[in-house]
Design a protein around this ligand. Structure first.
Ligand SMILES: [Zn+2]
Ligand SMILES: [Zn+2]
Length: 167
């Protein structure tokens, strides 16, 4: 796979039994297949991701681009910007085709700082949906489920499985 940012070859890097693809010879960006980031995205998991954060950056980071970059895996799809979680603090690149995530250098550390543990995040998401989102959909719950809108929204949001709120 080719780095979507600096075009160097991505290298396999194993941490905690999970293989990610990292631009270890270039800009230091990291590619996570769908849901792989879940294992490294809280403060508690930061130590486990040490090898990822310690990636040596051997090329100057490319200037931030507003142009959508290609998914390193699907290639034909362009990645889209979205927030990493409900806190809307860190914008990441995500592929609408495969659900993978590209993190530029520094983004992993910022994401890990947002939640202490996965349980904290899960609680935060639960509260957010219960209090802020679901009341707006209450009346339409059945129609949305029937017309398969829930699955579409879920793919677009990426970081939360909203289908469980529609059960
Ligand atoms: Zn790179
Ligand atoms: Zn993709």
């Amino acid at each position: 796979m080719t780095c979507p940012s600096c075009s160097k070859s991505l290298q396999k890097l194993e941490t905690r039994g999970i293989e990610v693809d990292a631009c270890s010879g270039g800009c230091g960006g990291i590619w996570f297949d769908q849901r792989e980031l879940d294992a490294f995205d809280s403060a508690q998991e930061a130590a486990d991701a040490g090898a990822l954060i310690g990636l040596r950056i051997q090329a100057p980071p490319p200037a931030p681009s507003t142009e959508p970059r290609p998914c390193p895996k699907c290639v034909k799809y362009k990645m889209q910007k979205r927030f990493s979680c409900i806190k809307r603090a860190v914008e990441i690149d995500s592929c609408p085709g495969c659900g993978g995530i590209w993190l530029d250098p520094g983004e992993l550390i910022r994401i890990q700082a947002l939640w202490k543990t996965d349980a904290d995040r899960a609680r935060g998401v639960e509260e957010f949906f219960t209090n802020d989102i679901m009341p707006q959909f209450q009346a339409e719950r059945e129609r949305l489920q029937r017309e398969n809108v829930v699955a579409k929204i879920e793919r677009a949001i990426g970081f939360v499985r909203i289908s469980k709120f529609f059960k």
